[in-house]
Design a protein around this ligand. Structure first.
Ligand SMILES: N[C@@H](CCC(=O)N[C@@H](CS)C(=O)NCC(=O)O)C(=O)O
Length: 356
């Protein structure tokens, strides 16, 4: 336990915040959930971590933490009890792959359903106003928070969400949710009776965007096991649970891995190639450009175009670093995994920079 509570600066509408909040609850760490008004986001938070972003954690000693994965890694190292890392090599690889899927691919679902569903967009604007300008009348808060919503909407074309891919994003998301429901009918969590990092990451968008937003709650009408999983993660019973023995990966996760490798995996292979090519051409560079231009991609069988966002390499390195030759061989049974980056990035002072 920390001697004084951690302060989690987060809004309920934010998926990465949901990931960290559920994690802190499972770990039984003392924390205060503190929704930052706009002036704190643009003031103390931007000053501490370089951008107006959530979640951040402010520690009792004044140090700050940012990025859900980095926050969780640091707290796991500090508080090893109630570990969320399964013991087996295959399990560890799949755990980090599913974190990568939740954090980096489910953004397609998060952004599409929120901003292309009028009832969700209106709800999000209300929530942004309520949290961003507490105490102000709703109509005024909504008007003032408009630029924040506009900024979020501006990410849709960058991510490749347009008329070509909307149907694919829905097909992909609804299939993933059905597959999760089938899995959760047999196991309380992804790897047994104890939640792993991947549970927190994969639950975040479906809960914080799709379930909470009123225009898409209906997606869960026929998914009772997913709804019960949300409850277990939001209000943990205190039971520790166990990971499946023998490094077992339930068969019900296999179709999820197949789609991940076929679609997200193909995009990531292109991202890695583009980064390596750029690094060959810029041997002195310390930082990568934020984007390396557009690339074709496929989601839910629909082809479109999205930007190659270089920060993504940091998340790809996580499963690769955990992989063993045996676990990689096993994974290749589910699809191609042509990810062999020649360049590495690290997070330094809350920024992703080349490790040179
Ligand atoms: N990779 C980061 C992503 C955090 C993130 O994108 N947070 C969103 C809210 S859910 C945000 O604050 N975005 C502001 C922005 O991108 O300008 C993490 O895992 O914490």
């Amino acid at each position: 336990m920390t001697d004084a509570p951690l302060r989690l600066h987060s809004w309920l509408v934010s998926p990465y915040s949901a990931k960290v909040r559920a994690y802190l609850r499972f770990k039984q760490l003392d924390f205060i959930d503190s929704p930052p008004p706009v002036w704190r986001l643009g003031g103390r938070i931007r000053k501490a971590v370089g951008k107006a972003i959530m979640p951040t954690i402010e520690r009792p000693d004044g140090r700050w933490m940012q990025d859900s994965s980095e926050i969780i890694d640091a707290l796991e190292a500090e508080f090893p009890a109630r570990s969320i890392t399964p013991p087996g090599a295959r399990q560890r690889l799949v755990n980090l792959l599913l974190e990568l899927h939740g954090d980096e691919w489910l953004t397609l679902a998060a952004m599409h359903y929120r901003w292309n569903t009028p009832a969700n967009a209106a709800f999000a604007l209300d929530e942004f106003g309520r949290c961003g300008f507490p105490g102000l009348p709703g109509f005024l808060a909504r008007r003032l928070v408009g630029p924040v919503a506009k900024k979020m909407q501006s990410y849709l074309p960058i991510l490749g969400i347009d008329e070509r891919t909307r149907g694919g994003v829905e097909a992909f998301t609804e299939e993933l949710l059905r597959r999760l429901d089938a899995h959760l009918a047999l196991h309380p969590f992804l790897f047994g009776t104890r939640p792993a990092l991947a549970d927190f990451a994969l639950f975040a968008t479906p809960w914080a965007h799709l379930f909470r937003d009123p225009g898409t709650t209906r997606l869960f009408d026929e998914l009772p096991h997913v709804r019960a999983w949300f409850e277990r993660l939001n209000e943990p019973s205190g039971e520790l649970g166990e990971f499946l023995p023998g490094d077992a990966i339930p068969e019900t996760l296999e179709p999820i891995l197949r789609t991940l490798l076929a679609e997200q995996g193909a995009y990531l292979a292109r991202l890695i190639q583009a980064i390596d090519r750029w690094c060959d051409e810029h041997p002195e560079a310390e930082r990568l450009p934020r984007s390396l231009g557009p690339t074709p991609f496929v989601v839910g069988g629909a082809a479109g175009e999205r930007r190659l966002i270089t920060e993504g390499l940091w998340m790809v390195q996580r499963p690769l670093d955990a992989a063993t030759p045996e676990s990689l061989d096993w994974l290749r049974g589910f699809g191609p995994m042509d990810w062999a980056p020649r360049n590495r990035v690290v997070r330094r002072d809350f920024r992703v920079v080349l490790d040179r």
